[in-house]
Structures are given as C-alpha cells and as structure tokens.
Design a protein. Structure first.
Ligand code: FES
Length: 139
C-alpha cells in the first residue's frame, strides 16, 4: 500500500514539465522496468532555483520525482547531491519494496542533472559559496 503522501504527490505532482534553456539536464532509464525520467535544472549562485521533471514512469516514479523537486528547490548543489533514493522514500513515508527501484529514477536524474551542470561549467569549481543552511525537514 502507498502512503498518503505518495498518493498526494501522485495525484497532484509538483514541478512537472521542462525548463526552457536549462543549466543542466539529467536523463535516466530504469533498468528494472525500462521507464524513463528527465530532469532539468536552473542554477544560480550554486543553488537550484528551479527544477522540473518529466517521466514515463509509474505512479511511484511520479510521486518520488515530485517530492524530490520540492526537497531540493532552493538548496545548494551540495545539499541536493545528498538526496538519495532512501531519503526520498523516507520523505514519502516509505515505498513498497517492489517500488524502491522507481525512486532511484528521481535521485539518479537529479544527480545527473547537477553533474551535467558542473561539467558544462568545465568542472572548474569556481568557488560556489556553500553556506550550507539547515536541511531539516519536518514531518
Ligand atoms: S515501474 Fe518503472 S518507474 Fe516504477
């Protein structure tokens, strides 16, 4: 069974779509089911100021992507890179074991989009200020 939070994000997903002229793009295919995920990001001063996703995945993939975009928007790239499929599943109140692979899509696409952004910059690491704020998230 899915948690209420999963159902809520599934029926009302946030940040669906594609950013025009993105700073980074992350695309992944799920080796388990063959589904696809694409995330586009906008970065300013080392922070994710916008993020959108498109997926051909299942309901769990939609819900995990939706919550990932909410979790990382406004965060530094460093903080966003700490988001894993496990933290995502936890934020959603758990996923059925058979659906854990779906949450990999969201976390992997996010990481890929950030790495794409960093490599576009030439990987020079031009001293983004990483005044890491709190990353506490209630509930
Ligand atoms: S079954 Fe493919 S993403 Fe969930």
């Amino acid at each position: 069974m899915y948690s209420e939070k999963v159902m809520e994000h599934f029926t009302n997903p946030r940040n669906v779509g594609e950013i025009k002229d993105p700073d980074g793009i992350g695309q992944v295919g799920n080796p388990v089911c063959g589904d696809l995920m694409k995330m586009t990001i906008k970065v300013e001063d080392g922070r994710l100021v916008d993020i959108k996703f498109q997926t051909f995945g299942c309901g769990a993939a939609i819900a995990t992507s939706s919550i990932v975009t909410e979790m990382v928007k406004g965060k530094t790239l460093e903080e966003a890179l700490k988001v894993t499929n496990r933290t995502v599943a936890e934020a959603l109140g758990g996923l059925p074991p058979a659906k854990m692979h779906c949450s990999n899509l969201a976390a992997d696409a996010l990481h890929r989009a950030i790495n794409d952004y960093l490599s576009r910059k030439g990987g020079s690491g031009d001293g983004q200020d990483q005044s890491a704020g709190g990353h506490e998230r209630g509930s």
